[in-house]
Design a protein around this ligand. Sequence first.
Ligand code: SF4
Length: 381
Amino acid sequence: LRRIVELYRTNPIAKDIVAKIHRLAEKLRARLGDEPVKIMDFCGTHEWTITHFGLRSLMPSNVELVAGPGCPVCITPAYYIDVAIKLALDGITVYTYGDAYKLPGSAHRGSGKPRSLAEARAAGGSIEVVYSVVDAVKRARETGKESVFLAVGFETTAPATASAVARRMAPRNLTFINVHRLTPPIMRHVFEVHKKRIPIRGVIAPGHVSTITGAKAWKFVPEEYGIPTVVAGFEPIDVLLAILEILRQLVAGEAKLVNEYTRAVTWEGNTAAQRAINECCEVVDAAWRGLGFVPKSGLAFRDKYAEYDALRQYGIPELTPERFSYDLPPGCRCAEVTLGLAKPTDCPHFLRGCTPANPYGPCMVSSEGTCAVWARYGGGG
Ligand code: SF4
């Protein structure tokens, strides 16, 4: 495994690819003039690779790498954090992934109310950080206590939640706040937003999500939007190859879907995981933090699994478009960062009142959040 990783980090290979990228970018400059060639990554780990390895600094001046909505914690609506905090303070044990532990809800700083599950725990709430839904199931069985799992994530974590519910592995004392979201619909939403501005000309499709959905999930991007798309792995050379392929297609006037990450991603994806999701959940319109409702972008438990739905079990209303209100703290620009319309450094709070140790907005919480990545490694290139 180490040999494979080293191969994808080899300097001479990277230099060769970067030189080719520069040659292709020159051809595009002749065609597009000063307009930047915007390439969006749709996965927080790709943004990590780009930033951690300084790939932006290797790009030609007319190629702009833009982070997209690739962090599931960042886009989890504040409403569900508020619900989890309330339940924890009511004495129900809340299990959460570590990534979501510090995620702020809707309470303002200095209001005296807990803003996150971390603060709720300090205020006496019963909260445990777990690595997976399997841990939550195990802990709920061991303790026998009334418990709730805050189930956030994209297609990558949804199958584990779905399996626990559909196979009825979860004990009766464990229910779920289901905040799973789907990535293809948000990609459509992003394209529509960017259409009215400088368009996105290439997409680095998410590698982890694609292991579940299969590369086929992205064929609509070149077919309907005419945007070259590459499913890529997470080593620097994976990402550079994806950029090279996108530029090659742009120069050739093509728009195709290419799977660079064949060592992990197939065309069909993980069909067993897809079946588990379909068995357990239906696709619904769902809210994204700071953005509002996006059609058919969320998963909700089917009625036959209603007993696992924490909101239904505790009589808490589901978030609806009427109930949704703008849920970012004042001045936080996470909505624009999530859509690739602003950089973290455009935000007045960045590394001032908002740091990884003390996050003010949601994009600074998770290790996959664009602001957190830029804060740790510097993203400007
Ligand atoms: Fe939001 Fe903090 Fe990022 Fe600003 S720096 S956009 S407040 S997360």
